[in-house]
Design a protein around this ligand. Structure first.
Ligand code: ADP
Length: 421
């Protein structure tokens, strides 16, 4: 395996116009109302023709299996991917290239390539930071992939990621009556869950508001009315009531059927982050994790729902600290990036195994779901974060390494998106 070699016989090289045409065609199809399976196959066929390839295969799932193939020797969909370049690309999360199988004998083409295959490239297909598949291409020519080809193929992989994300392959094809019934039951459960969450939230919030009111009355009674120890104890109770209210609020904003309506306003990002960190430090007085807030440009602003974005930042900060070791450091950043504001929450904590990266945003999902788990929480924080990001038409992704730490990225449009105006 070796670095990309830009030198290659010119006759095989699609020119710039052919490359642009390919990208243009796939982009157009991706936003059309054609069925996604058709868009996918056509995109692969056009790529095969443009680059004169032997075979293109797409793998997905855990473990990786063959999902779609164009050219080469037909194989059954669902066949496990053998040890080779594609698995390495998945493990390393980067593009892997074999320039010539004859020169690099420890590599063999995948079984669905024809005998003519000489070079191979495997490209991770990633959406919002998580791998959704691998694009595997074989060329009948040694040195069959030039640097410019890899650029174009990288863009093809990005477009395929969007198509996969739109029409997730994880979704069940509702074909047989049994599946249809199961699907309907699932939907009923989901509605029931939302209903229970709403009711429980309401039932809890009312008495909590009352408790908080009485506590505040007691605390407002002037310094002489309470001994300092009593005042301290009441303040601690107040803080814990706030914690419960925050949990209840998270569940209220969860109902999958409710629209998360936003109250847009101009927000100064530095001020907002300052408030979040201050609120966090007030609540987590005994934390042994250092918060490192990077300076934010004074005039960095965005239009969004301030309460919701505060909650988003709070939840991410809360997780970063919760999953950090004692003495660890959490870095918080916000910067302008094109038309967006990019928030970053980086910790040096326990990290997240790659295969679980896609699941942590699911409702009630926790990596360690045992009753003896070390960390508190309900598995709701990230679901809420994800919903707030979606409502703002933003993006969220995470990079993580077990025992090294996690970095959560959030991109929020700086201005009100066209469709929300
Ligand atoms: P919880 O209330 O359990 O924190 P979240 O929805 O916020 O729920 O997170 C879901 C799961 O994702 C967590 O239980 C944890 O396993 C994982 N997770 C989230 N953030 C981090 C992080 N910064 N470091 C390591 N694991 C994390």
């Amino acid at each position: 395996m070796s670095d990309v070699n830009p030198m290659r016989p010119a006759a095989y090289q699609p020119d710039e116009r052919a490359r642009l045409r390919l990208i243009g065609e796939i982009s157009k199809m991706a936003v059309s109302d054609l069925p996604s399976a058709r868009v996918f196959t056509t995109a692969l066929e056009r790529t095969l023709q443009t680059f004169g390839l032997d075979v293109i295969a797409v793998y997905a799932g855990e473990p990786l299996t063959l999902r779609m193939q164009v050219g080469g020797v037909p194989a059954r969909s669902g066949t496990a991917v053998p040890v080779g370049l594609a698995l390495l690309a998945a493990a390393e999360r980067k593009v892997m290239l074999v320039k010539d199988f004859r020169a690099e004998e420890r590599w063999a083409p995948p079984p669905w390539a024809s005998n003519a295959a000489r070079a191979e490239v495997a490209i991770p297909i990633a959406y919002r930071g998580r791998r959704v598949g691998i694009l595997d291409l074989c060329s009948p020519r040694a040195d069959g992939f030039a640097e410019a080809d890899l650029d174009t193929l990288g863009t093809v992989a990005e477009l395929l990621a969007v198509i996969i994300a739109q029409e997730s392959w994880g979704r069940v094809e509702v074909s047989s009556p049994e599946l249809q019934r199961a699907y309907q039951r699932l939907q009923e459960f989901s509605e029931l869950k939302a209903h229970i969450l709403r009711n429980v939230s309401h039932e809890l919030r009312t008495p909590l508001t009352l408790i908080k009111g009485h506590l505040e009355l007691l605390l407002d009674d002037g310094p002489q009315a309470l001994l300092s120890e009593q005042r301290k104890a009441l303040l601690a109770v107040c803080d814990r009531v706030d914690d419960i209210v925050a949990i209840v609020d998270r569940t209220v904003s969860l109902s999958p059927t409710d629209d998360l309506s936003l109250a847009y306003e101009r927000i100064l990002v530095g001020d907002l982050l300052g408030e979040v960190v201050e609120a966090f430090e007030r609540r987590a007085r005994d934390s042994v994790v250092t918060l490192n807030v990077q300076p934010v440009a004074r005039d960095l602003y965005l239009y969004g729902d301030a309460d919701k974005i505060r909650q988003l930042c709070y939840n991410l900060l809360d997780n970063s600290v919760k999953f950090s070791p004692n003495g660890g450091q959490v870095t918080i950043q916000a910067q302008s990036e094109g038309d967006n504001v990019h928030f970053i929450f980086a910790d040096q904590g326990i990290g997240i195994p790659e295969r679980q990266l896609s699941q942590i945003f699911e409702t009630f999902y926790q990596i360690d779901g045992s009753t003896t788990r070390r960390f508190g929480g309900l598995g709701l924080g990230l679901t809420v974060v994800n919903r707030i990001v979606d409502a703002h038409k933003g993006e969220i992704w995470v990079e993580s390494e077990v025992d090294r730490g996690s970095v959560f990225h959030v991109l929020l449009p700086q201005n009100v998106p066209q469709e929300q105006r």
